[in-house]
Each structure stands twice: as structure tokens, then as C-alpha cells.
Design a protein around this ligand. Structure first.
Ligand code: ASP
Length: 465
């Protein structure tokens, strides 16, 4: 991404594909910046965060996670809080466990040289935990306390998420109410820190999102304030084109659309919480994944659309997962039998199984299913399909890995599928299943699990190297 300051004092953001994401007066620009746990794990990290925030006036709304790991086998404060909850459940003392949490925060305060005192907060929280406070309330205190420190350090206002993020009775985000209230509250503050990860239920109790949920808070805040951009600061320089455990030194994706991200995330490639895209997606606010430890890196831009004339890469990313089975159903004259597919899908529905893909031939229909759901009901499901369809033969192939090749650049480009299959074939790998979405955004292949890594490498090398 290039940042082009203009001589009239405004600024444009231009991706590497030359798509102008926005172009407006610098002074009007508002960024919401979210920092993950590793970015706020200790005072040294806090200093980096403050430097990043202070380097641009537009970074006015900050969402903070709880202190994460400082080193590999360190413990996240959120996990320490969950342990306290567990100890109380087991009627055990929490003095020692809670002291470690206090020490973590006191260490940050001291090393930052802040004249700040959280003891009354610690006492109140500890008392609540001992008196059987809810699990979500306890977990949320990690973000709450960290945000108080960050607000103090930055000289920003502290705005508690429980004032403006609301859940419905069913525990889902109350989007409308949240938007309305949070917008009102944030407008009263020019600079604010909001704790991530939680909101409030209609009965006033605290509820958290699922793990990693501060990403969602960042997105909600960005939407509520109508941010120009949502910067999500973490410990990697963006989303990689492939899993680095399988492909050596994969490149960072410069620009990805929300739709592509969904495809890759579904296959397990994520840089942030999956649900974080929804609030900003609706408003077309771009997300920029950035690295707190390498702020000079442009990171990955997640946008709603990229001008199709400017697309210069065929594929955006590759991701995959093991643990699938293919149920292959054969029956002669299947193609002429009205309702055949419905019978198969009904059997799946009866067993509460979602199917992943349905590649079909003239007299065969294959259903790709996730082993976690399928294996426990395998025998009864197959019997049910047999009974309903009177199939000639049903075979099950286990140990299938799915690999998704995703790219907006594939649409309308002839020969892409051929290159994917050719690369896999040249690597000596047998393709067990092929599926291509009609949007031409992805091509999915099924291979034996043992060929999984080789398949990713082959495709990556074909398109990227
Ligand atoms: N602290 C929470 C967790 O560890 C939420 C977050 O960091 O986003 O999952």
C-alpha cells in the first residue's frame, strides 16, 4: 500500500493494485486502531503501540485486548482469569492466582512510569470472582484493566464497552442498538480507548464474544464512528498467501476482498476473528492488518471491491484443511430421476450433517462431508441414503484433504483451472474431487491427506514463484 500525501494536505491510500481506497482531507480522517494481546503484553509493547498511535492524528479510537503472551510458554491474562473462575468453582483459594494477574498489570504500570493505581479495581474484581461472578464478566476484566492503563498512558478517555455494546436475550450482538448508542457515546469523545471482547446483556450482565473477540469490537467501533479505515495491529505483517507450515516463506497478500477472505477463512486461514468482517463490510470500511513490531510494513488491505481492470495477480491465496470424507453414490439413470438429490440431502439433514460440496456426474453424486460430524453417524447415514435412494452402490472415501485456490483474478481468465490441475498432476498427485464456484472466485480440489502439503506447494509454486 502506498500512502500518497497531496500538496493540498489531503491523503490518498492506494493499494499495490492502484485502487484508491479513499481520498479525503487528512484532518477529517478517522482511524480505529485495534491492538491484540501480543501488542500489549508488557510495557515495551505499550511503548510501541503509543508511538504508532501518536504518529498519526487520525488514530483517535483505540480498542485494546488483554495482555497476551510475552514469550512462548507465557500465559495470557484472559487464561489466568479463566483459571480463577475455575478455582472458585472447585472451592479453591484464588489468592495466589489473582496475585499473578495484579503483578502483570502492576509491572506494566511501573515500567511505563505511570502515576496510576489500580488497587481498588483489583479488590472489586477479586471480590466479585470470589463471590461467584459470571465466567464472561471475569474473562472481560483482562481487556477492562488493560484499556484503563492504555487510556491513561495515551491521555485518551476510557469508554467502557458495557456502555455501548449490546447483546440480545439470545446472546447475539444487537447491531442496531449498539450502533445507535455507541455512535452517540463515541461522538462525545474525540480520543478514546474502548476495551475489546465484551458487551452487556439486556439484564446488565457482561457477555464476551468468542476467543479473539476484540477484533469484533474493533470492527463495531469502526462502524459506529464511521471510520475511514479499521487498522488491526497484530504480530504478523498481514495475511500470507499460504500456510507457512506447508509452504516456505509465502508472500504477504497486499489486497484481498471480504469475499476472498471468507473463502480462505472457511478453509482455516485467518489473521483475525472471522466475525470481525461483518460490521465493517456493511459500511465498506477497509481493514488493514498491520504488525506492531514492524510498523513500516504496509500489511494486508481487506476491501469490499477491487477494480477488475487493476487486478494483476491470478490467485490471492491458497488454504486447505484435512479431515473430510467423500460419500459417492452411484445409480444408473440417476440423471433422469427427479428428486434423487433431495432424498440424499434429506438423509443428511436427518442426521444434522452439513455438506461441504456436491460434485456430481451423470450417474454418480458425491457428497463431501466433514469427518467430525460424519464419522459418528456414518453407518446409520449410509443406510438411510441407501433406503431412500435405492442406490446401486455407495462408497465412502476417508482421509480427504480439501484445498481451496482463491482469487478474484481467476474470473474470466482462461486456463487457470488447467494450471491448477497441471501443477498437481505434475507433482504426481491424484485429484479425488474438483469443485469450482460459479463466481469463479475459487477452485476446490480434494486430495488424499498424505498429499496435502505437496498439493499446496505445487499450486503455490505454479502461480507465485
Ligand atoms: N483476550 C481475549 C482472548 O484472549 C480476546 C482477544 O484478545 O481478542 O481471546
Amino acid at each position: 500500500m502506498l500512502i500518497i500525501p497531496k500538496n493540498n494536505g489531503s491523503i490518498s491510500y492506494v493499494t499495490l493494485e492502484n485502487t484508491i481506497i479513499f481520498d479525503k482531507g487528512y484532518l477529517e480522517m478517522v482511524k480505529v486502531v485495534k491492538f491484540g494481546g501480543s501488542s500489549l503484553a508488557d510495557a515495551e509493547q505499550f511503548k510501541k503501540v503509543a508511538e504508532i498511535i501518536k504518529s498519526e492524528d487520525s488514530r483517535r479510537y483505540v480498542v485494546a485486548s488483554a495482555p497476551g503472551k510475552r514469550y512462548d510458554d507465557d500465559i495470557k491474562v484472559t487464561d489466568m482469569l479463566y483459571s480463577c473462575y475455575k478455582l472458585v468453582k472447585e472451592n479453591k483459594d484464588i489468592d495466589e492466582a489473582f496475585k499473578l494477574i495484579e503483578d502483570r498489570y502492576n509491572g506494566i504500570i511501573k515500567d511505563l512510569g505511570l502515576d496510576f493505581w489500580l488497587q481498588p479495581e483489583f479488590d472489586r474484581i477479586k471480590n466479585a470472582i470470589v463471590h461467584h461472578a459470571g465466567r464472561d464478566y471475569i474473562a472481560s476484566r483482562g481487556e477492562y484493566l488493560n484499556s484503563m492503563i492504555l487510556a491513561k498512558y495515551l491521555g485518551y478517555d476510557f469508554v467502557d464497552a458495557e456502555e455501548g455494546i449490546f447483546f440480545t436475550e439470545n446472546g447475539v450482538l444487537d447491531t442496531e442498538k449498539t450502533n445507535e448508542e455507541l455512535t452517540k457515546i463515541l461522538k462525545e469523545h474525540t480520543h478514546a480507548v474502548v476495551p475489546g471482547f465484551y458487551g452487556v446483556m439486556p439484564n446488565g450482565t457482561i457477555k464476551t464474544f468468542s476467543r479473539g473477540g476484540s477484533d469484533i469490537t474493533g470492527s463495531i467501533v469502526a462502524r459506529a464512528i464511521g471510520a475511514d479505515i479499521y487498522e488491526n495491529w497484530t504480530d504478523v505483517s498481514g495475511m500470507l498467501m499460504a500456510d507457512p507450515r506447508c509452504v516456505k516463506n509465502p508472500k504477504v497478500i497486499n489486497t484481498i476482498t471480504y469475499a476472498e477472505l471468507r473463502e480462505l477463512a472457511y478453509m482455516g486461514a485467518t489473521v483475525m476473528h472471522e466475525d470481525a468482517i461483518f460490521p465493517v463490510r456493511e459500511k465498506g470500511i477497509p481493514i488493514n492488518i498491520r504488525n506492531t513490531n514492524k510498523p513500516e510494513d504496509a500489511g494486508t488491505m481487506i476491501v469490499s471491491k477491487v477494480d477488475s481492470n487493476k487486478v494483476d495477480t491470478v490467485i490471492t491465496g491458497i488454504a486447505g484443511k484435512k479431515g473430510f470424507s467423500v460419500i459417492s453414490i452411484e445409480k444408473s439413470m440417476m440423471n433422469a430421476e427427479i428428486g434423487f438429490g433431495r432424498k440424499v440431502l434429506e438423509a443428511l439433514e436427518n442426521h444434522k450433517i452439513c455438506f461441504e460440496h456436491l460434485p456430481s456426474g451423470i450417474d454418480t453424486m458425491s457428497v463431501v462431508v466433514n469427518d467430525n460430524d460424519f464419522l459418528p453417524v456414518k453407518e446409520t447415514l449410509i443406510a438411510d441414503i441407501q433406503r431412500k435412494t435405492k442406490a446401486d452402490n455407495i462408497s465412502v472415501y476417508n482421509g480427504i484433504a480439501l484445498v481451496a485456490v482463491v482469487g478474484r483474478g481467476m474470473a474470466g481468465v482462461k486456463g487457470t483451472a488447467g494450471r491448477v490441475f497441471g501443477a498437481i498432476g505434475n507433482a504426481g498427485i491424484n485429484i479425488r474431487m474438483i469443485d469450482q464456484g460459479s463466481s469463479e472466485l475459487n477452485i476446490i480440489v480434494g486430495v488424499a491427506e498424505d498429499d496435502y502439503v505437496k498439493t499446496l506447494e505445487a499450486i503455490y509454486n505454479e502461480f507465485v514463484k
